[in-house]
Design a protein around this ligand. Structure first.
Ligand code: HEC
Length: 198
């Protein structure tokens, strides 16, 4: 007898191909929903927009070997307590401004973009804004007129004027504050926040 063993038969490999494709498809669907639940505002890693009413800081966790975001007590932005809807509106204005003015042409946001200027993921918490009391005002002035209010963030480069209105600048600050609260698994590494002791 010279029968083909099962593993060498054509039908066996056809069936295997079908099952593997169907299985991978299912895994992809599950992973897509898992990613969505983790990346949505109000999800596991991305706080709801009203986080802009809170103090945001990072604490180095020895066991995880990375800095993790810690959402603290109330720390209002522009002296106002935003409802969830108002916060979303302001953060969205900021997000749309960063898209309209193409900040990614020079900066990275959450690691995506160009490497000409500093990453903006935690820019809100940057020590360059001196202290919490001066930060909002300095950020607004810098965003509206970076040429006149040039600061040094270590890049030795200058940010050009982008004709950002005051309301847009406020939106950008809210967007940057919200983004700084996202659990990015420690990215960017070795970042010292404005609250950190030297
Ligand atoms: C043409 C390039 C360019 C574009 C476009 C640009 N920037 Fe910048 N930006 C820079 C440079 C260069 C610096 C660093 C300045 C320095 O080191 O003194 C900077 C610095 C900053 C900082 C301070 C960084 C920090 O670490 O705290 C913020 C915030 C910022 N930019 C926001 C924005 C936003 C928001 C936009 C879009 C609306 C934008 N930038 C568009 C070049 C750019």
């Amino acid at each position: 007898m010279n029968e083909t063993p099962l593993w060498a038969s054509e039908s066996f490999w056809k069936k295997t191909a079908i099952w593997v494709t169907a299985g991978s498809f299912l895994i992809l669907v599950v992973l897509t929903f898992d990613s969505l639940s983790q990346t949505q505002a109000g999800g596991k890693r991305v706080p709801a927009y009203s986080v802009i009413n809170k103090k945001i800081d990072y604490v180095y966790q020895k066991d995880l070997h990375k800095s993790m975001p810690v959402i603290g007590e109330t720390e209002l932005l522009f002296g106002k307590e935003y409802t969830e809807a108002e916060a979303e509106q302001l953060v969205m204005l900021g997000k749309k401004t960063t898209q309209a003015k193409n900040c990614m042409n020079c900066h990275t946001l959450l690691g995506n973009g160009a490497y000409y200027a500093p990453d903006l993921t935690k820019a809100y918490l940057d020590k360059g804004w001196v202290n919490k009391e001066m930060r909002e005002d300095m950020m607004i002035k810098f965003l509206m007129d970076p040429e006149k209010n040039a600061r040094t963030f270590g890049s030795n480069r200058k940010m050009p004027n982008l004709d950002i209105t005051e309301q847009e600048a406020k939106g950008v600050v809210a967007f940057l504050k919200w983004m700084s609260s996202i659990d990015t698994n420690g990215f960017p590494y070795n970042f010292k926040t404005i609250n950190a002791e030297d």
